[in-house]
Design a binder for this molecule. Structure first.
Ligand SMILES: [Zn+2]
Length: 115
């Protein structure tokens, strides 16, 4: 996959952000409004992730961190970008939005509907 390095960088950034969010503490992260901060408009994708991180509970953050670390391992082993359930390739557009996504959209919705 050509974009592998791109995703590796994103995932490493994300893992740093999650760790610092966890260190700062969730309440503190919620106090400042992410929307009022000036943002790089070319970087809307990651602004969405930032916002999602700030809205997340500590439990969710730990889950995401776990997924990010798994995704990084998969980059190392060359399994990155494949759905863990059906083993098909996850569309690149999905990975751009959620670089740590372990499943394709179909499998993800199947899993969610079981909850
Ligand atoms: Zn799948």
């Amino acid at each position: 996959m050509e974009e592998k390095e791109e995703f590796r960088t994103q995932l490493l950034e994300l893992s740093k952000k999650i760790k610092s969010t966890l260190e700062r503490g969730i309440d503190d992260a919620r106090e400042h409004n992410p929307l009022s901060e000036s943002r790089d408009e070319a970087d809307l994708g990651s602004a969405t992730v930032d916002l999602a991180l700030q809205m997340s509970s500590q439990k969710t953050l730990l889950e995401i961190l776990n997924l990010v670390e798994k995704a990084l391992k998969k980059i190392e082993t060359g399994n990155y970008g494949f759905c863990e359930l059906c083993k098909r390739e996850i569309p690149i557009q999905r990975l751009r939005m959620i670089p740590y996504a372990p499943y394709c959209v179909e499998c993800q919705s199947k899993i969610e509907s079981k909850k």
